[in-house]
Design a protein around this ligand. Structure first.
Ligand code: FE
Length: 380
């Protein structure tokens, strides 16, 4: 990362009296020229952009529509929003917030409404509501802009090179809507050493205990379990499902706690190699997962799948709700009635889920890591 161009958190003392004036001048000298054209007084400048302008901000948002859903590790849907959606959301902003978020503007230092906010809570994107920063990571940098040493989730804040005004900086944008947030510099405090320098106008603050709107909440995910032979390929394909947040290999429906792979392969524990699927029902239905499962493997093979033989390779659906159980059994009946597998009987077991025991780390994402092929068909 390039040398920072704004004052360092460590090098700037507290803002008092004449020193404050000097600091403000220093900070101002380091601002992009466009930000300096106005005075340093905290008055919103007239925006030259209107909410109906075609915006240039939002690199992520510009190429949105055909993308697969993207989820962050903290469980948020961070799929880039279509430009039309961003425009609609941005049209509700005041002109200054529109200028900053949609036209990569900068507010004058020591003017933002959130600079001195010391309350506990979360800072979300002013445009789309995605949580971006937490009060836990806020620090006094002395620069005049709200500063954080890390975002709530790295996947929520996109970075891109910014060579404007003859400087080499790293711009930060909302990963979901592309709103311009500010810049990140490498002169922050431990543990990251980074300083995320924000415009208050790009953020909205929710104090701890205040209910968050739906757009600021994680996905209301559901869980499904599928056993279709060796879990390597089943996990690989299910993880690719559009709307699947995660797929994890493990062992289920046995009678030994904390089973190891060796325990399960001894055929004495009753476990089936199983994949736990966490999915977003707003993006993919349980029915669609069932359809994929019955394409991926051969549900007519009893206690085996392809070259793998043994009860840990049995075909099974372990349900997490009466609705799932009903839907899974109805789908098996539907496939049977349609003779989807000819005269061969579907032997898939449908039963309520017991404890899921994650498999050893070397089994996770095995196909992605090792490129091995397997018996499972691509259902997507
Ligand atoms: Fe956003």
């Amino acid at each position: 990362m390039k040398t920072p161009l704004a004052p360092s958190a460590r090098s700037l003392p507290a803002r008092t009296g004449r020193r404050a004036t000097l600091l403000a001048a220093l900070a101002a000298a380091l601002l992009p020229a466009a930000a300096l054209l106005g005075s340093l007084a905290c008055q919103p400048r007239q925006s030259q952009a209107s909410p109906t302008d075609g915006a240039s901000a939002g690199g992520a948002a510009g190429k949105a529509s055909a993308m697969r859903p993207v989820y962050s590790k903290s469980g948020y849907d961070v799929t880039p929003l279509p430009r039309a959606t961003v425009e609609k959301l941005a049209s509700r902003l005041d002109p200054e917030a529109y200028r900053i978020t949609q036209k990569a503007g900068t507010e004058p230092p020591f003017c933002g409404t959130l600079l001195d906010n010391k309350k506990d809570g979360v800072y979300v994107c002013a445009v789309c509501g995605l949580p971006l920063f937490s009060s836990r990571h806020k620090f006094h940098s002395g620069t005049g802009w709200p500063s954080f040493y890390e975002p709530v989730d790295p996947a929520h804040v996109a970075r891109k090179p910014d060579h404007s005004y003859g400087m080499d900086r790293v711009e930060i944008d909302c990963a979901r809507c592309g709103a311009h947030l500010g810049h990140v510099f490498d002169d922050g405090p431990p543990p990251t050493g980074e300083r995320f320098c924000l415009n208050s106008a790009s953020l909205k603050f929710y104090e701890k205990g205040t209910p968050l709107p739906p757009e600021s909440q994680p996905v209301k995910a559901e869980i499904a379990y599928f056993a279709g032979g060796c879990f390597w390929g089943v996990q690989h394909q299910l993880s690719r499902g559009p709307g699947v947040l995660s797929a994890v290999s493990g062992y289920m429906q046995g009678h030994l706690d904390h089973p190891t792979y060796e325990d399960v392969c001894s055929h004495g524990t009753g476990h089936a190699e199983t994949v736990k699927v966490v999915f977003d029902p707003a993006r993919i239905s349980y029915r669609r997962l069932l359809e994929a499962f019955f394409v991926m493997h051969d549900p007519t093979q009893l206690d085996r799948q392809g070259p793998d033989v043994g009860d840990q390779y049995r075909s099974g659906i372990w349900t997490t709700s009466p609705e799932q159980e009903r839907e899974a059994k109805a789908y098996v009946a539907e496939l049977t009635a349609a003779k989807r597998f000819g005269d061969r009987k579907i032997v898939t077991v449908v039963e309520p889920a017991k404890t899921f025991w994650p498999a050893e780390e070397y089994h996770q994402d095995y196909i992605a890591k090792n490129g091995a092929s397997c018996h499972v068909k691509d259902p997507w």
